[in-house]
Design a protein around this ligand. Structure first.
Ligand code: FA5
Length: 330
């Protein structure tokens, strides 16, 4: 009988009372007349007198423990039943915490890197005029270079464009302040363009530095630093000679990535030394000042960083895709 009492004592201690129902089950099992404990008192009566003292003490201890367990859960059960049947003892529903979109995470990282290099943030309108988006950037009307950027014009007013790049912010900044100028301009841009690596709405970050004696070597140093900060060491990088009407010389920078199991290159930015005509258009003397500019694609950098093959995944808002980037919480 002693063993049975000890086993019941352990059971009472381990019994999980979580709500009114389990509390009632506890009462029936241990405290009811026909439960597990009360009948032991009948058995107790037939024990020899010499055992009665020890077993009696154990039995009383067991009964008290069960009663205390039951009593201590009273408030839980009372509360649960008192407020409109709401069960306070139910496990909580885990809360959902949002996270930054992967493009915003990469954008913030890029802004952080360039801020540490001394660049300040500048902004400009997404609905631009033809002059800031093209003409001031050395692309007069009918210049074939305009064809490189498939433009959304506004039908009722051909002088209005959805900006095709962030380069018009260069013009707005140069018109508003004198050198030295060191800015980045993050923002949305629009082109009539769509496939796995091109989106009609995408994001660029423009960089502009104008001072005395700025050289192409300064530009390369800043771009190498940004690649190292974002991707780490050891990544394949190449500069290709290119053409932009607003820079001379011009280049494009590609980063190595694996496409269909084979090493390939992805273009991430265009850059170059500011063309003297552009400086003149903004009232800056090209004999006194020189500068560089670059325009990088945020989506392309995010694709390389996370190994994403199709740019359209960024805009579909599929939670299965987005939840993979939860580390960058809000
Ligand atoms: C330009 O837009 C120039 N304004 C960049 C520049 C700035 C050159 C300053 C010189 C000086 P480009 O069209 O190559 O250049 O675009 C720049 C980057 O934007 C590309 O390298 C690419 O990363 C990204 N990009 C271009 N088109 C798309 C698109 N449709 N979808 C996603 N990313 C794009």
């Amino acid at each position: 009988m002693t063993d049975k009492i000890k086993a019941l004592e352990a059971e009472v201690a381990a019994y999980l009372i979580t709500d009114a129902a389990t509390r009632e089950a506890f009462r029936l099992k241990f405290l009811a007349k026909k439960g597990e404990i009360m009948p032991l008192f009948d058995e107790f009566k037939s024990l020899p007198n010499e055992e009665k003292r020890v077993v009696g003490a154990l039995l009383n201890k067991l009964k008290t423990a069960a009663e205390e367990r039951f009593k201590s859960s009273e408030s839980l059960s009372a509360k649960a039943e008192s407020v409109d049947g709401f069960d306070f003892s139910r496990p909580a529903v885990s809360s959902f915490s949002g996270s930054l979109h992967p493009l915003n995470q990469v954008r913030s990282q890029l802004i952080d890197v360039f801020s540490r290099l001394g660049f300040e943030i500048a902004t400009g309108p997404e609905i631009e005029d033809d002059w800031h988006n093209f003409t001031a950037l050395n692309m007069p009307e009918d210049h074939p270079a305009r064809d490189m950027q498939d433009t959304f014009f506004v039908q009722t007013d051909p002088a209005v464009v959805l900006r095709t790049h962030t380069s018009p912010v260069q013009i707005r900044t140069m018109l508003a302040q004198q050198p030295p100028i060191r800015i980045i301009a993050p923002g949305r841009v629009y082109r009539c363009d769509s496939d796995a690596t091109h989106s009609p709405v995408f994001h660029q970050i423009e960089g502009l530095y104008i001072a005395k004696d700025v050289s192409f070597a300064d530009l390369k140093q800043v771009l190498f630093t940004f690649v190292k900060e974002i991707f780490g060491e050891g990544l394949g990088i190449r500069f290709r000679p290119s053409f932009f009407p607003f820079t001379e010389p011009s280049a494009e920078m590609d980063i190595e990535w694996i496409k269909n199991g084979e090493s390939s290159w992805m273009e991430i930015l265009g850059c170059g030394m500011i063309d003297p005509n552009v400086l003149r258009n903004c009232g800056i003397d090209p004999e006194e000042y020189s500068g560089y500019a670059f325009g990088l694609g945020v989506e392309r950098i995010a694709m390389l960083k996370y190994g994403i093959r199709d740019i359209r995944l960024f805009y579909e808002n599929d939670v299965r895709f987005l939840s993979q980037f939860e580390s960058g919480t809000v």
